[in-house]
Ligand binder design. Structure first.
Ligand SMILES: [Fe+2]
Length: 273
């Protein structure tokens, strides 16, 4: 499949109180907040975009991957058609002509396309890098994303049962991951910084804003990245990360035991199941 390389460009976060959520992310990231319509906002910053809309608390109805160019996008659409994956119209206002979406087994949309606006932004370093969901149908989800052309980087196993899977669409360890859980829901999205000192600076910023760290700092086993997480007003988790592992395309998938240390080499972990 012609997915490689593709990078997370933006996602949509919904809330019954979207304006409050837009203000929260604007303050959190020090980003430009722009109204997109009656019930939608755009958050724009340095290497990050977020669409906020009205909907269920904590929902992420789609995430959007940026392809390299129009040729890759066209070829990829043709390949999906050949394997019988149904493509629909793109739901995002941020991608231009040729963008399209597919629906995963949890009915979340993944959009593929090219951004219409390419504008340099100033601001603190935190590139939108990955999205993670929890799911009650993990094996089905992993097969679906594998069929899309994502490559498995790490699997977490509880005896023979799959508890989590991390998948990549470029050399960064994961652009998407899924955790086994009693119910399907968004889990978190993550901003990759330029190094540990940025994690310090973001931690200091959380202190100034009065936003308590929810988990971490720590170091994940899969991905080997330094991280901490906070919660947005709907309880959706937001991660700041540094030193995420790079993994060449051909490097084989590894396995980890389902235990706290896997998810945090420094200590205790958020176990989704
Ligand atoms: Fe993460």
């Amino acid at each position: 499949m012609n997915l490689w390389p593709a990078r997370l460009h933006h996602l949509r976060r919904d809330s019954p109180q979207p304006e409050r959520l837009a203000r929260f992310y604007g303050e959190l990231l020090d980003d430009r907040v722009e109204r997109l319509g009656e019930d939608a906002w755009l958050l724009a910053g340095r290497h990050r975009r977020l669409v906020i809309g009205r909907g269920a608390a904590g929902a992420v109805p789609y995430f959007a991957l940026q392809m390299q160019d129009a040729t890759q996008l066209r070829e990829y659409a043709r390949e999906l058609e050949q394997i019988g994956v149904r493509c629909e119209a793109s739901p995002t206002p941020l991608f231009g002509a040729g963008a399209f979406a597919v629906k995963d087994p949890d009915a979340r949309r993944i959009v593929f396309g090219l951004p219409e606006e390419i504008r340099g932004e100033n601001g603190l370093p935190a590139r939108l890098q990955h999205f993670v969901c929890a799911t009650r149908r993990l094996p089905e989800m992993v097969k679906f994303y594998g069929d899309l052309g994502m490559i498995e980087s790490d699997r977490v196993l509880e005896k023979d049962s799959l508890a989590a899977c991390f998948l990549r669409s470029d050399p960064e360890h994961h652009s998407f991951a899924a955790f086994r859980a009693p119910e399907s829901r968004p889990d978190h999205h993550c901003y990759e910084t330029n190094g540990w000192l940025d994690i310090r600076d973001w931690g200091d910023r959380m202190g100034r804003l009065g936003i308590p760290l929810w988990w971490g700092p720590g170091r994940h086993g899969p991905g080997n990245n330094l991280f901490f997480m906070i919660e947005d007003p709907d309880g959706h988790k937001v991660e700041f990360s540094a030193e995420l592992e790079l993994m060449p395309r051909e490097k084989p998938c590894r396995t980890w035991p389902h235990e706290q240390r896997t998810l945090n080499l420094w200590g205790s972990a958020w176990m989704r199941s």
